[in-house]
Design a binder for this molecule. Structure first.
Ligand SMILES: C[S@@+](CC[C@H](N)C(=O)[O-])C[C@H]1O[C@@H](n2cnc3c(N)ncnc32)[C@H](O)[C@@H]1O
Length: 278
């Protein structure tokens, strides 16, 4: 890894540490939520995952582990991997406090996927995983490497098109074909998304630490997945965003979703991809 890449990763880790602290302050007793049977997964990832009972599942870029523990609740033997020590520390404590079994590893995900001797039945990534990866070809090659033969890759992500819209919903945001890096702090999307991301309290703190992210078009993502050896079975696009209010003009809909306001064409806000290791 080059020095500049290492410095970018350290900056991104610090920004995610600060943001994760703020995000979790917004939420009430998360351990109690899980002890009461709570589950934060959305129907879209559940449909693509199918039954994961008794399967070895790895959750890439798991952040504080709420989705990871929801996978564990569905019977998976699950491992979460993330760069942020704040997030992994939180996830480990949450697992202990809830009694749900899950392993958490603090690591740079691409490096980890290319070194680990472990293999999995399912590799899962969702909601803001791919934009943090500088070399997405290596990320997909890592996914292919850690899957068992016939193992499945499932990814539910925000559609890259959404970042092209400005706050007034005109296409004044980022150029769809701009690669980056984009250098900006990880924002408080939990506070901005209200109860759809379990935000129940105001938090008087901001994150000003820069993080490095990248943009890939949907065509690039699919092409890189295929080039890594994955056989794509499903590519869905959805006109709603699960949990996250990606633009201030989006309006709340049932099921913790955000949708386009009336009078705006229903463009995709998320995509879901399921593939098999050949
Ligand atoms: C938007 S969050 C993902 C949320 C996740 N889907 C969940 O279940 O909560 C993005 C995560 O990617 C992690 N991340 C960013 N770059 C990374 C890298 N190179 N290796 C590992 N994790 C990384 C961040 O620390 C952060 O927790």
């Amino acid at each position: 890894m080059t020095d500049s890449r290492h410095e970018q990763l350290q900056a991104t880790r610090k920004s995610w540490n600060a943001a994760t602290r703020i995000h979790n302050l917004h939420k009430s007793d998360q351990a109690q939520f899980f002890r009461d049977g709570g589950d934060v997964l959305f129907p879209e990832e559940c449909e693509l995952l199918g039954s994961i009972d008794s399967l070895d599942v790895v959750h890439l870029q798991c952040n504080s582990g709420q989705d990871t523990l929801s996978l564990a609740r569905r019977g998976a033997r699950v491992t979460g991997v993330d760069l942020s020590d704040e997030a992994i520390g939180f996830a480990q404590k949450l697992a202990t406090d809830t009694g749900l079994a899950a392993s958490f590893i603090e690591a740079e995900v691409v490096e980890w996927m290319h070194q680990t001797p472990e293999r999995f039945d399912v590799v899962f990534a969702s909601y803001g995983a791919t934009p943090w990866i500088a070399e997405l070809d290596k990320w997909f090659a890592g996914v292919q490497r850690i899957l068992r033969p016939q193992g499945r890759f499932v990814c539910v992500e925000f559609h890259p098109l959404v970042w092209s819209f400005g706050p007034d919903l005109r296409p004044t945001g980022d150029d769809y074909f701009k690669r980056g890096p984009f250098v900006e702090p990880v924002g408080d999307y939990v506070g901005e998304s209200g109860t759809s991301l379990q935000s129940v309290a105001e938090v008087d703190a901001t994150n000003e630490l820069p993080a490095y992210s990248w943009q890939y078009t949907l065509g690039e993502i699919v092409t890189l997945a295929v080039a890594a050896g994955l056989q794509i079975q499903v590519l869905h696009e959805y006109p709603f965003s699960n949990g996250c209010r990606l633009n201030p003009q989006l309006v709340a809909a049932p099921g913790r979703r955000w949708v386009w306001p009336p009078g705006i064409a229903q463009l995709p806000l998320m995509y879901g991809l399921a593939a098999t290791r050949r």
